[in-house]
Design a protein around this ligand. Structure first.
Ligand code: MRU
Ligand code: ZN
Length: 206
């Protein structure tokens, strides 16, 4: 199997798993996987598709600027520039963006603070922080409608090969060195968001 086909399959499998969680409401969400470093090229979801369906037009290959490689009638994700920022600044191999009710609620609850923090939760270890009192901070950025501006603001928070950034009342983007790692981080974030919301709802009755 060629490297590109194997990357396509890997991303399609991740897409199916996230779809099974119902994380692509209303055609939202976009995914990408690095296909080459020299020159930088990655597969990204085609814009506006129902990401719960598996088709031969789910992804297209783009360059480091998000421009399609070769002739295609497909349009790269409207948020491709955020994926470009991840691959341009890190050695990450995969970047995942989903809208969930939990990540939107958390982004609104902590949006004025610009960050949501987690401590004393086992799943923080998904981010490779093993100390007992480790603090996980996830930045929350403003949801600029202008995508180059959104991508620039997002890029300010990219400093490692794995990470997560919430976009206020929009969604989350996570990235990791591999598809496995990116998906692990995304699941950990969503667990932590749901946990915090549930705890906040429960606390008044304790
Ligand atoms: C249909 S609402 C979602 C979009 O505005 C966008 O935020 C999104 O995540 C999906 O856009 P897409 O261009 O399909 O990648
Ligand atoms: Zn989005």
């Amino acid at each position: 199997m060629s490297e590109l086909i194997s990357k396509w399959k890997e991303l399609a499998d991740i897409k199916d798993e996230l779809a099974a969680r119902d994380w692509f409401m209303g055609t939202s969400g976009n995914l990408s996987i690095k296909a080459g470093s020299d020159p930088l090229q990655f597969l990204v979801t085609a814009s506006g598709k129902d990401k719960r369906k598996r088709t031969s037009e789910d992804f297209l290959l783009v360059d480091g600027d998000g421009v399609p490689v070769g002739e295609t009638r497909l349009k790269p994700s409207a948020e491709t520039l955020l994926h470009c920022a991840v691959y341009g600044k890190t050695q990450a191999g995969c970047s995942l963006h989903v809208h969930t009710v939990a990540n939107n609620v958390i982004s609104e609850l902590y949006g004025d603070k610009g960050v949501v923090e987690f401590q004393g939760q086992e799943l923080i270890k998904a981010f490779d922080t093993w100390e007992e009192d480790a603090l996980l901070s996830i930045p929350i950025i403003y949801n600029h409608a202008d995508i180059p501006k959104l991508a620039d603001t997002f890029a300010e928070h990219i400093s490692a090969d794995k990470g997560a950034v919430l976009i206020r009342n929009h969604g989350i983007t996570v990235w990791g060195r591999s598809g496995f790692e990116a998906k692990k981080l995304l699941e950990a974030c969503e667990f932590l968001f749901q946990y915090k919301i549930t705890l906040l709802q429960t606390k008044p009755f304790l």
